[in-house]
Design a protein around this ligand. Structure first.
Ligand SMILES: Nc1ncnc2c1ncn2[C@@H]1O[C@H](COP(=O)(O)OP(=O)(O)O)[C@@H](O)[C@H]1O
Ligand SMILES: [Mg+2]
Length: 308
């Protein structure tokens, strides 16, 4: 399948001389939810800015919906809706006027039926005649999304959509994003919340210091990099790990009452059977056991740490 966005060899050096993006290659698949994950200052907003034509690239080529974002700017830009990180809303206007105006900026013919659907989907329809200044923060955010969707884009960028919003609004936002995807919109969201990427994304890209560190299917990422831990709660306290078990690199925890075994998620089974047999041979008895899989959060922290 042709990518809906393709970025190749993109670099951005700001006028200050700061290299915010370094030789980025990225392809976005039509219909996916792609989460771009990275710490503050990693280059997420810069990357989105370049794709949306707000920031000039220093080097590289970018196609959106098959159009070159420089030489075919208008066509490329009309494919894209952008909900920026910083909320700017013209607060004396009504919701309806704002969204209509946004659509007009893209040279699209009026389509009240479509805009009504957008506002209904965002639970804003009963607020259509309200001035934006009278709305709550969460509603203002949804107005920004309605504006971004006003010209029927096939690609939607959400730059930190849930930064600083409460838990309930985050849930609503996630629901809404899923709904948009069902409607055929490709979604690229940036976040520095790992749980958000874990919850939402089909694929995850990690960016750090202006470089893409990794791009992977979420499930694959969890499988490949996820470590599992088996904790054995011992019947009796032990002073140290017996030499016969040295190969397992066990850790003694909880003041000598727990043994912790860390292993790769892919090939754990056989090793566990062997460990339990060997443990039995040492005469150590356990009364209970638990396994736990490392979260995306731990994976991510490790990745970013390795890079530094
Ligand atoms: N206009 C600019 N001039 C110089 N440096 C900038 C400019 N905008 C952003 N930067 C720097 O580029 C880096 C990446 O910023 P940004 O893309 O906003 O990161 P993120 O969105 O991942 O937090 C940061 O170090 C930031 O200070
Ligand atoms: Mg940002």
């Amino acid at each position: 399948m042709q990518p809906i966005i393709s970025v190749s060899h993109l670099s951005k050096t700001y006028a200050s001389g700061f290299r915010a993006l370094k030789d980025i290659d990225l392809e976005i698949r039509p219909g996916e939810i792609f989460a771009l994950l990275g710490p503050n200052g990693a280059g997420k907003t810069t990357l989105i800015g370049v794709i949306c034509g707000i920031v000039n690239p220093t080097k590289g080529e970018i196609l959106a919906g098959g159009y070159d974002i420089i030489t075919e700017y208008r066509a490329a830009r009309s494919m894209i809706g952008l909900v920026p990180q910083e909320l700017t809303t013209d607060s004396f206007e009504t919701v309806w006027a704002t969204v209509n105006f946004s659509r007009g900026l893209f040279g699209k013919k009026p389509n009240p039926g479509y805009l009504e659907k957008v506002l209904r989907d965002l639970s804003l329809w009963d607020k259509k005649d309200s001035k934006i200044m009278t709305l709550s923060g969460g509603m203002k955010r949804r107005v920004m999304i309605a504006k971004a969707l006003s010209h029927e884009p096939r690609i939607l960028f959400l730059d930190e959509p849930t930064a600083g919003v409460d838990v309930e609004l985050r849930r609503d936002m996630w629901e809404m994003v899923r709904g948009l995807r069902e409607g055929g919109v490709t979604i690229i969201l940036t976040t520095h919340y790992i749980d958000e990427a874990e919850e939402m994304a089909d694929r995850i890209g990690v960016i750090n210091n202006g470089e893409i560190v990794l791009i992977e299917e979420k499930a694959e990422l969890m499988r490949k990099l996820g470590k599992k831990q088996l904790t054995l709660q011992l019947r009796d306290r032990i002073e140290g790990v017996p030499g016969e078990l040295a190969d397992y690199h066990l850790e003694l925890a909880a003041e000598g009452t727990e043994l912790v075994y860390t292993y790769d998620a892919q090939n754990g089974r056989a090793d566990i059977a062997a460990l339990l047999a060997d443990l039995n041979g040492t005469g150590i008895r356990f009364k209970d056991l638990q396994t736990k899989q490392s979260s995306l959060e731990e994976i991510f922290v490790n990745l970013v740490r390795e890079e530094r």
